[in-house]
Design a protein around this ligand. Structure first.
Ligand code: LIP
Length: 282
């Protein structure tokens, strides 16, 4: 079994490289932008083409494995995590960045067995940074070992977050309220590069202490989650409970002290779960 997952991880790295080079080539050329859940939830031909390339290759090499992909789910495929080995894929994390030529775009491939993450691969393709982690084996960027920051003082920390793609004023008010409270703790600063996967890799790299967001999806965070824990970090829900990949809420931090300091300030809300029955989704 162990060798099989290593084989799958090697394949994920190769796929992420190939996908990343397609994404890099398409930046600023592929301007065919389409809309998904709202006028700010964007998708391009490249997202769809890259996801199809990954699915086809995974199906050929690992025909019994399951697949959850951002664009397949958008096209009506189920989003349910079972015990079966499952690839959880965001072909272009940071689609808005991609469309605008803002230079942070990642291919994110997480892999879970028995609903537990076994490995994660995030390729920040404009920067040419390949982040990888395998359960129990550490996290790496371009082959160099990653460690989270050892900072324990929230007042000495940088926190990453995003505004997401929900523009309901109630939701936007909560996002700003949380940010305001966290900023005024005070902390050194708030950052966000427009891709959840890359934000999580920055936590793993030790240059931001934590990342939190409500409204992300399992494909945005699956790979980054194991990269954070393998770099020594912690994951939790925004209410301080255990992370639930399908809940669309995440706190990833260098340690529990920093994670809990943030949790106290977040005005939590509960988006519709990724695995909610299709008839409950718009
Ligand atoms: C995006 C995330 C980003 C988040 C957006 C969106 P996409 O993923 O990575 O951090 O704020 O809501 O989910 O749609 O570019 O794959």
């Amino acid at each position: 079994m162990t060798d099989l997952w290593q084989n799958a991880m090697d394949h994920a790295v190769a796929l992420a490289k190939k996908a990343g080079s397609l994404v890099r080539d398409a930046v600023q050329n592929d301007m065919k932008v389409m809309l998904k859940s709202s006028s700010v939830d964007l998708v391009t031909k490249t997202d769809q083409m890259v996801e199809q390339l990954i699915i086809d290759s995974v199906k050929e090499k690992f025909p019994t494995h399951s697949f959850i992909g951002e664009e397949s789910v958008a096209a009506g495929e189920p989003c349910v995590l079972t015990d079966n080995p499952t690839w959880i894929v965001d072909p272009v994390d940071g689609t808005t960045n991609f469309v605008h030529g803002y230079p942070f775009v990642a291919v994110s491939i997480g892999f879970a067995v028995n609903r537990k993450l076994e490995f994660g691969v995030v390729y920040s393709c404009i920067e040419d940074k390949m982040y990888t982690a395998r359960k129990g084996k550490g996290a790496f960027c371009n082959g160099l070992l990653l460690n989270v920051s050892d900072q324990k003082e929230i007042s000495q920390s940088i926190i990453a977050t995003e505004f997401g793609s929900n523009r309901d004023t109630e939701v936007v008010d909560k996002i700003f309220s949380s940010m305001r409270k966290i900023l005024c703790l005070p902390i050194h600063g708030i950052r966000g590069v427009g891709t959840a996967a890359t934000n999580m890799c920055l936590v793993a790299s030790g240059c931001v202490e934590a990342y939190y967001e409500i409204g992300i999806h399992c494909w945005d965070i699956a790979a980054g989650a194991i990269i954070v824990t393998e770099a020594g970090g912690v994951l939790m829900d925004v209410d301080g409970g255990p992370l639930d990949l399908m809940s669309r809420r995440v706190v990833a931090a260098n340690n529990k002290i920093i994670a809990e300091s943030i949790v106290k300030e977040i005005d939590a809300f509960t988006p519709l779960r990724d695995d909610a029955p299709p008839e409950t989704k718009d």
